[in-house]
Design a binder for this molecule. Sequence first.
Ligand SMILES: [Zn+2]
Ligand SMILES: [Zn+2]
Length: 237
Amino acid sequence: MIQGLLDLLFSPQCVICGETRGDGTGDGICHTCRSQIGYITSPLCHRCGLPFIPESGIDHFCQDCLQSSLFFVIARALGRYEGGLKEAITRFKYQEKITLGEHLGRIMVQGMYPGLSFSLYHVLMPVPLHPKRLRERGFNQAAVLASQLSRRYRIPLDLFSLRRIRPTESQIHLGFHERRKNVKGAFTLKDAEKVQRKNILVIDDVYTSGATVNECAKVLMKAGAARVDVLTLARAV
Ligand SMILES: [Zn+2]
Ligand SMILES: [Zn+2]
């Protein structure tokens, strides 16, 4: 209610479209932008969360998941990586709008993720950036999102155990197998003891081929984690 009053008084602008919002939700994103997010719902792949068309029927495994070896149990995402959500993520990452990232994290907190229960996890781990990339950008976008989830669900955030030891090339133009090769050996664990017997939720901004998060999951599982799942803000479909 207080936020609603403040919105009316100060007419803050929507962090995505810049229009005056005043809808009282207090998360910085107007009704229009919110309604344009392509939320991912069932039917989807049990494993990787790929939404199926037509949008009726039951969840099952996609072709990729039947064929490839994955180290995480499930991956889920809030919305499709397209339209306003894609634009917002791009601005957050490349125009260094951390506040926008915090708002996106809050939307992520409110999401419904079939098959994922936050009470299961002992720790949240954002996909780390290579130190060089981190210096350039000034922040890790996955950590900004994860900190909102950590706060809301009271799950500890581990920013230091998982490390990226090799800067990877941009994956934009790579296919699935090339992406896997590109991230192979890119991550290491500083402290294996911290992940042993833990249920870990790996957080990232975008799930594209799953190669990056799968490589993280591989390192964590090999070190003795009990289970690794993945949650991202968006998913390429
Ligand atoms: Zn808007
Ligand atoms: Zn799948």
